[in-house]
Design a protein around this ligand. Structure first.
Ligand code: S3P
Length: 167
């Protein structure tokens, strides 16, 4: 059946939801940010700071291309994966894209406590609003299925399972 690619803004819970969803489906879990960090031998923040966003996007593209060839599973992607049309093409050719979507207030609350998101330096709530507005159309265009990501991970996982079936 191919992959379930979880896409959406930072803070929508792609990693938490993806890991648990894969466990329930007894399928592999892939995390593109984690693979990029492993490939580079440093954190995402360090890649942005030392090598720049372009380098990060190149690594991300390579990881997406590689994951697309692996056995069907659940993939948590970085929020910006949809910026590159070749990523969107690869994701859709190797499975379905599931957009986790919620409003910016929820996102701002969720990310307020976290660190390590270089694109949110400065005023995270304001940056989230800006980025969400910039990307809104791209997310919708890239999505096969749109899931409400409000609430706790359990509820979100149930919604994904309902929309996608168990295989
Ligand atoms: C990014 C989101 C991050 C990470 C990088 C860039 C983005 O992933 O890939 O900081 O452009 O939205 P998460 O969505 O997992 O935070």
């Amino acid at each position: 059946m191919g992959h379930l690619w979880l896409i959406g803004m930072m803070g929508t819970g792609k990693t938490t939801v993806g890991r648990e969803l894969a466990r329930r489906r007894v399928e592999p879990f892939y995390d593109t940010d984690a693979s990029v960090a492993t490939t580079a031998g440093k954190s995402i923040s360090e890649i942005f700071a030392e090598d720049g966003e372009e380098r990060f996007r190149r690594l991300e593209r390579e990881v997406v291309a590689e994951v697309a060839t692996l056995p069907g599973g659940v993939v948590a992607t970085g929020g910006g994966v949809i910026l590159d049309p070749s990523n969107v093409e690869r994701m859709r050719a190797s499975g379905r894209t599931i957009l986790l979507q919620t409003d910016e207030t929820v996102l701002a609350d969720r990310i307020a406590e976290e660190h390590g998101r270089p694109l949110l330096d400065g005023d995270p709530a304001a940056r989230i609003r800006e980025i969400a507005a910039d990307r809104a159309d791209r997310y919708i265009d890239a999505a096969d299925v749109v899931i409400d990501a409000a609430g706790d991970p359990e509820e979100v996982i149930n919604r994904v399972e309902q929309a996608c079936g168990s295989s």
